[in-house]
Design a protein. Structure first.
Length: 109
């Protein structure tokens, strides 16, 4: 966002400052019930088929664990049903399942 100064009513203000002021006004209107702000709802599955995600990636357990920074033993535990990934990990695995290339790109050195 630009921080170029803008003249408004004799005062110099930045575009960023004006945007922040506008956002604060929207929040206040929302809190007063005068405006409905857009929301996003994320539904995370209770169960994740880790083995299916790995096999669709055509990777061994060692390759998958190394590529996505997962402890190999933990991966084995998930696949064998002895442990279940927590909510954060389920979200991470959902992203891997949906856009593996983006995750690999993001994790690349």
């Amino acid at each position: 966002m630009s921080v170029r100064k803008v003249k408004t009513g004799g005062k110099k203000r930045t575009k960023l400052g004006l945007a922040l002021e506008e956002s604060a006004k929207e929040i206040l209107a929302h809190l007063k019930g005068e405006k409905i702000l857009p929301t996003r709802r994320i539904v995370l599955p209770d169960e994740v088929d880790v083995m299916r995600i790995r096999k669709e990636a055509r990777m061994s357990q060692a390759e998958f664990a190394r590529a996505f920074c997962i402890n190999p033993r933990t991966l084995q535990e998930w696949e064998q049903g002895r442990r279940k990934p927590d909510a954060t990990t389920r979200a991470y695995l959902a992203v891997i399942a949906k856009n593996r290339a983006a995750v690999l790109k993001a994790l690349a050195p």
